[in-house]
Design a protein around this ligand. Structure first.
Ligand code: UDP
Ligand code: MG
Length: 332
C-alpha cells in the first residue's frame, strides 16, 4: 500500500459522477464530508460534471470553495454515467477509490465498512443491495432476469443486486483503467478484472431528489451492451438455428416427395409455403440484427476515439491539490 507523501495516511479518492443533480449535491456533500471526517484517511472528492444542463457545476464550485478536498472535472458534454465515472477514475490519485452516485441512493455511511474490508486485503469491495425500495416490480423483475441471463451466457459472474457503488484498490483500479473500450458495461468490467472481491450489504434508498435518467428503453440498451460486450453466444445461435431448420426442412421435403409419389401432385400447400417463407424471413432478419449489434460495436471500437473530453478542471490544472502526481493520465 502506497502512502500519500504529505502525511502518512492513506489517500482515499471519492469519484462522484453527476448529471443534473443541483438539488441533491449540497446534502450529498454534507453527508459525505461527515463520513470522511470520521475516517482515518486523507480524502479527495472528485466531482465529475457530466454535461449537466442545470446549475450542477455552479453548486459544485461552491462546494469546492468551502472544502479543499473537493475538485471538479467538467466534461465537454453529457457522455453518460459509465464514461463520467471513467473520467473520475482516470484522475483519481488515491490508494483506493470509491465510486458513488450523487443522488444519495448509495449511502456514504457505507464507506467506512468498505475501507475496513479494503484494509483486510480485498481489492474490490462492492455494495450489495438487500432491498430495492422505491422501485417498481417490473424493474425488479427485469433486473433479476438480466442477471440470470448474464450469468448463463457471460463468462464472468456478475454479483446480483450490485450497482456501481464500490471501492477499488489501486491495483484493481490500474487494471480497470487499462480497459478502454467504448461500450463500457462497468458492472461487467469490474467483475472481469478479477482480484479478491467481496460485497457489503446495504439498503438502497429511493432517489433523494431529481429523477432517474433510466427509462426502460435505456435499460434495454444497457442490457444489450452487457451481453454483446461479454459474450458472442447470440452469434452461435444462428448456426444452431440454421442446423435445426435445415434438419426440419429435410424431413418435410422427404414427406412432400413421398406424397407426390404416392398420391400424385394436386396443387395445394399454399399455407405451408407462406409459413415457411415467413418463418425463414423472420429468422434471417433476427440474426442479421444480432450480427448488426456486434458489427456496430466493432465500428465504434475501430474508430478508436478518446472516451471523453475535459472542458476544464477546478481548481485549475497545474495547481494539483495533491503534490503527488504518480498517476495522472495525460490522455484518456
Ligand atoms: N449520471 C451521470 N451521467 C448521466 C446519467 C447519470 O453522471 O448521463 C449520474 C447521476 O448524476 C447519478 C448517477 O449517475 O449520480 C446515477 O444516475 P441515476 O440516479 O439516474 O441512475 P439510477 O440510480 O436510476 O441507476
Ligand atoms: Mg439513482
Amino acid at each position: 500500500m502506497r502512502n500519500n507523501p504529505k502525511s502518512n495516511k492513506e489517500l482515499l479518492s471519492i469519484v462522484v459522477p453527476a448529471f443534473n443533480e443541483q438539488e441533491v449535491l449540497p446534502t450529498f456533500h454534507e453527508r459525505l464530508s461527515k463520513v470522511l471526517d470520521s475516517l482515518d484517511v486523507t480524502a479527495e472528492i472528485l466531482y465529475v460534471n457530466d454535461g449537466s444542463r442545470d446549475g450542477t457545476l455552479e453548486v459544485m464550485k461552491v462546494l469546492c470553495a468551502h472544502d479543499e478536498r473537493a475538485s471538479i472535472l467538467d466534461l465537454s458534454r453529457n457522455f453518460g454515467k459509465e464514461i463520467a465515472m471513467t473520467a473520475g477514475l482516470d484522475h483519481a490519485l488515491g490508494d483506493a477509490v470509491v465510486v458513488i452516485d450523487a443522488d444519495l441512493q448509495d449511502p456514504p455511511e457505507l464507506i467506512p465498512e468498505m475501507v475496513k474490508r479494503w484494509r483486510e486485503g480485498w481489492d474490490v469491495v462492492y455494495a450489495q443491495r438487500i432491498e430495492r425500495r422505491g422501485e417498481s416490480l417490473l424493474k425488479k423483475l427485469t433486473a433479476h432476469w438480466f442477471y440470470r441471463l448474464m450469468q448463463r451466457v457471460g463468462r464472468v459472474r456478475i454479483p446480483e443486486n450490485v450497482g456501481d457503488f464500490r471501492l477499488l484498490s489501486r491495483k484493481a483500479l490500474d487494471s480497470l483503467l487499462q480497459l478502454r473500450e467504448q461500450s463500457r458495461f462497468m458492472k461487467g468490467l469490474f467483475a472481469w478484472i478479477g482480484f479478491p472481491q467481496i460485497g457489503v450489504p446495504y439498503k438502497r434508498d429511493p432517489r433523494f431528489a431529481g429523477r432517474s435518467t433510466w427509462d426502460y428503453w435505456r435499460l434495454w440498451n444497457f442490457a444489450l451492451d452487457g451481453i454483446t460486450s461479454f459474450t458472442t453466444t447470440p452469434l452461435k445461435w444462428a448456426t444452431y438455428m440454421g442446423l435445426i431448420v435445415a434438419f426440419v426442412s429435410f424431413i418435410y421435403g422427404a414427406v412432400i416427395i413421398l406424397q407426390k409419389l404416392l398420391y400424385g401432385n394436386p396443387v395445394k400447400g399454399y399455407p405451408s409455403l407462406m409459413v415457411v417463407v415467413l418463418f425463414l424471413g423472420a429468422i434471417q432478419l433476427i440474426f442479421l440484427g444480432i450480427i448488426g449489434e456486434y458489427l456496430g460495436r466493432m465500428f465504434d471500437e475501430t474508430k478508436g476515439r478518446p472516451l471523453y473530453f475535459l472542458n476544464s478542471r477546478y481548481p485549475a490544472a497545474g495547481q494539483p491539490k495533491h503534490s503527488d502526481t504518480r498517476h495522472s493520465p495525460e490522455h484518456t
